[in-house]
Design a protein around this ligand. Structure first.
Ligand code: BG6
Length: 819
């Protein structure tokens, strides 16, 4: 084995210093080895007597050994494992694996290994010695091809034999992108599986999938190479000292907690992870995942289950813990998009453009902040809000779970008396004002029991505030020695303990819960926030029954030249002119609110005047946020008297995801209460075929409009505009004059599906109000171009929109307007 101690010698240290040091180290190593031999014999005897796993050689392979995670945490964790086990009778070898050739990657690995630090309880001298040993035992191996794995497998078997030691186990840590898991697992199975009686443990880092079906697929793929007991899916939050003490704390203090751990006493639960860093450097991963998949679906959800699950009789019985967790998952109330608020820090999009080589104007909707409210449908917790929130680029780095209890005492005077203060228990994961992990209990609740000798009570404290209360108001428990989460979990993997790892069932239950919300938010525009303290309170959110909304409307500073406002609304929008028509502009979120308000005003007016409201809607992604808004505020909208028509349709069955009607149905119609016969999809499918001229679908729709809509004048037509200037399904070059007096026509799109049905310019221009909604940076160039072109409907169909006796308003968000 070419070890790093050899590599280190070719480095730039002066030889005499090195030689002296080496002598010292060699002497100490001899002592250590003698010690290890004696201890190994003793340990082997006592282990065998107990029937415990046999001692011997353990090979550790980190695949992805020079990646960020490995450099930051994994080598450190394995070094601690080695330092703690060095005298236990086990022997080790460590292999850093990666795709790069050895000459490139080995020096990088060596640098990372040199940086590992010792556990606190090791003296400096012993630390230096153990570290030198560790470096000797580590080497880099290129792991790219089947042959590389075959050579590794052979080496793993032969190496202990050559040293005359029995093999105890092989530990593979996959610190590689998830798409590589199945392939690496297959190669391990085919070439690196140890002989019978020697354990194999394969550690997998998240992400374990992207949603329910991808997680299911990944589980199935992995299951074809590895047995469930061989897989350790890691969630480093479960290795955090405070998180792993949640269940023991609940057990130890059950006489105080049992009577109050329920909806009658708990006001709400908050599980929070705030970060000050951005996602720079990780965008290829982050942009596909976003904050919910990155930390909420896993870390914060795990904390949620630990806080709320029934206490198992045996806390370290992984099966029982899982059973109780699954009960919580099955009782979690289904999440809709109105249960969440999402945000994105201002410079995120630029980072995406840079790291993903996107052209200017690319518009990522990936949220970097989310606040979500969850309820558990169980008698014990019914109606008790649980808030999960996390964000990048916030004002401080801090993680905690807080149980805020109701305070039933009304204080008339002396509000600083202990019993007037908030009653809370805080599981403080670390960072923030306190800077160390701790469990804090308000003094007006109870004095907590110390859980074991590894924890102590903190009695001397600096004068600081923790979550709004002076620290002196809490009893505080903290671990005697602070340990890194990864080091803790690596030690558990080594011991074969599975209670702090994510089982396949647990994983799928979690994705099953989060996937519908993720899908419903896929196209929702996040609120843009400046980052850091400048966020002020723009990310605060409030709970309105089962919904959450941002507590403050985003304030937009507008140019003095722009006139008007939003008619007394608390947010500011600007009004102006665009292509000689009225224009309303604001940040996307406020723009949608404004458009929804205008739509509602038009609906109320129409219903007042004529008893019904005829609304024609477009498909596409721009109106989705509007549909969501309308669905959320459905109770005040006159849906009962509204007729919904389609502006255009793709010639596909209405049930297909491509269909515009399907989009309107999924995002709006299925959520609102309106008579079934007020819904008018376009008849694109007749006689079991799609959009055939002679079937007369267009004519049929035209007749339906003429019969039901007074003068065929819709009250409101909602349009979008495509990058090529098309609107409805009227595309450049479609010879619009050929539509003559028709209100509905079959048209052709350059994009698939090519065949369309569409309202004609004539039908649209008859409407009383037409709104054109345009959002996103990607539309900026189009908006600039359109501001210059004259009316040329055949090249730019949208320029043909001129309601004959109605009004046209452009709704353009700031991204589209200002780029
Ligand atoms: C990781 C996420 O799992 O957790 C990161 O991928 C996040 O985005 C990190 O920063 C937070 O962990 P900690 O331990 O710093 O709270």
């Amino acid at each position: 084995m070419q070890s790093f101690i050899e590599l280190g010698c070719v480095g730039n240290r002066s030889c005499s210093v090195l030689c002296q040091r080496m002598l010292k180290v060699v002497w100490a190593a001899l002592l250590l080895m003698a010690n290890v031999c004696v201890q190994r014999v003793q340990a082997n005897e006592s282990q065998e007597a107990k029937g415990a796993p046999k001692l011997g050689h353990v090979s550790v392979v980190i695949v992805g050994a020079t990646g960020d995670l490995a450099k930051k945490y994994l080598w450190q964790g394995f070094f601690h494992l080695y330092a703690n086990q060095v005298s236990s009778g086990y022997t080790f070898s460590f292999y850093g694996g990666g795709l790069s050739p050895k000459d490139k990657a080995a020096p990088i690995l060596f640098e990372a290994l040199k940086r590992v630090s010792c556990p606190r309880d090791l003296s400096e001298e012993r630390c230096a010695l153990v570290k030198e040993q560790f470096l000797k035992l580590a080497e880099y191996r290129q792991l790219k091809t089947v042959e590389d794995y075959q050579a590794l497998g052979k080496h793993l078997s032969e190496h202990p034999k050559g040293e005359g030691i029995a093999e105890a186990g092989r530990l593979f840590y996959l610190s590689v992108p998830a798409f590589a898991y199945a392939d690496v697992a297959e190669k391990i199975n085919a070439s690196c599986r140890p002989a019978e009686g020697v354990w194999l443990r394969v550690v997998l880092e998240k992400p374990f999938g992207h949603d329910f079906s991808s997680a299911q697929l990944l589980s199935a793929q992995l299951a074809s190479s590895l047995r469930d007991e061989e897989m350790y899916r890691i969630d480093h939050y479960l290795g955090k000292q405070v998180v792993s003490k949640i269940l023991p704390f609940r057990r130890e203090n059950s006489k105080h907690l049992d009577p109050i751990w329920n909806k009658h006493h708990i006001e709400r639960v908050e599980i929070v992870l705030k970060e000050t860093l951005d996602a720079k450097g990780r965008i290829p991963f982050y942009d596909q995942y976003g904050v919910i998949r990155d930390v909420i679906q896993n870390h914060l959800t795990e904390v949620l289950t630990l806080l709320t699950m029934g206490l198992p009789a045996n806390l370290s019985d992984a099966k029982e813990v899982l059973k109780n967790k699954l009960k919580i998952f099955s009782a979690l109330e289904h999440l809709e998009s109105h249960c969440a608020v999402i945000g994105q820090y201002k410079s995120y999009n630029e980072e995406v453009e840079q790291e993903l080589n996107k052209t200017k104007g690319h518009y990522s909707l990936t949220p970097t902040f989310a606040g979500i409210m969850v309820y558990i449908n169980m008698a014990q917790y019914e109606g008790m809000p649980i808030i999960l929130t996390s964000g990048k680029m916030l004002d401080e780095r801090l993680g905690y779970a807080r149980i805020l209890f109701k305070n039933d005492i009304f204080c008339v005077q002396k509000h600083d008396s202990v019993h007037c203060k908030p009653k809370q228990i805080i599981f403080y994961f670390g960072h923030g004002a306190l800077q160390y992990p701790a469990i804090l209990v308000s003094k007006n609740l109870f004095k907590p029991d110390l859980m074991d000798t590894e924890w102590k009570e903190v009695t001397e404290q600096k004068d600081i505030n923790v979550l709004g209360m002076p620290i002196s108001n809490y009893y505080i428990l903290t671990p005697m020695v602070q340990r890194e989460a990864y080091a803790e979990l690596i030690s558990q993997i080594f011991q074969g303990r599975k209670d702090s790892f994510i089982s396949a069932e647990n994983l799928l239950a979690s994705w099953g819960f989060w996937t519908p919300l993720l899908h419903s938010l896929a196209k929702a525009p996040p609120r843009i926030y400046p980052g850091g303290v400048e966020n002020g309170n723009m990310l605060d959110f409030k709970l309105l029954g089962r919904k959450v909304t941002f507590a403050n409307d985003a304030l937009v500073f507008i140019n003095q030249d722009f006139t008007g406002g939003s008619g007394g609304q608390s947010f500011q929008v600007m009004q102006g002119k665009y292509r000689n028509n009225d224009m309303v502009s604001a940040w996307s979120e406020e723009l949608i609110v404004r458009l929804a308000d205008d739509l509602q005003a038009a609906a109320e007016k129409a219903v007042r005047e004529s008893g019904r409201f005829h609304l024609a809607l477009s498909g596409g992604s721009s109106p989705l946020a509007l549909f969501q808004r309308l669905a959320q505020h459905q109770y005040t909208f006159p849906w009962r008297d509204t007729h919904v028509w389609m502006v255009d349709e793709r010639c596909v069955p209405l049930t297909e995801l491509d269909s515009n009607f399907r989009t309107v149905h999924d995002h709006l119609l299925q959520h609102v209460k309106m008579p079934y016969f007020n819904i008018h999809p376009m008849p694109v499918q007749m006689n079991q075929r799609l959009c055939v001229e002679e079937d007369g679908g267009a004519l049929l729709y035209e007749r339906e409009i003429s019969q039901l809509v007074n003068g065929s004048r819709f009250h409101f037509v909602l349009l979008g505009v495509g990058h090529d200037g098309h609107t409805a399904s009227l595309f450049p070059g479609s010879k619009l004059e050929a539509h003559g007096n028709s209100l509905v026509a079959l048209t052709e799109s350059p994009a698939k599906p090519h065949q369309r049905m569409s309202l004609t310019l004539r039908a649209i221009n008859r409407a009383q109000k037409v709104a054109i909604l345009t959002m996103g940076k990607s539309k900026h160039e189009l908006i600039t171009q359109l501001s210059r072109v004259k009316d040329k409907p055949n090249s730019w169909p949208v320029t043909g929109i001129h309601p004959t006796s109605g009004t046209l308003v452009w709704y353009i968000d700031y991204d589209a307007l200002l780029g």
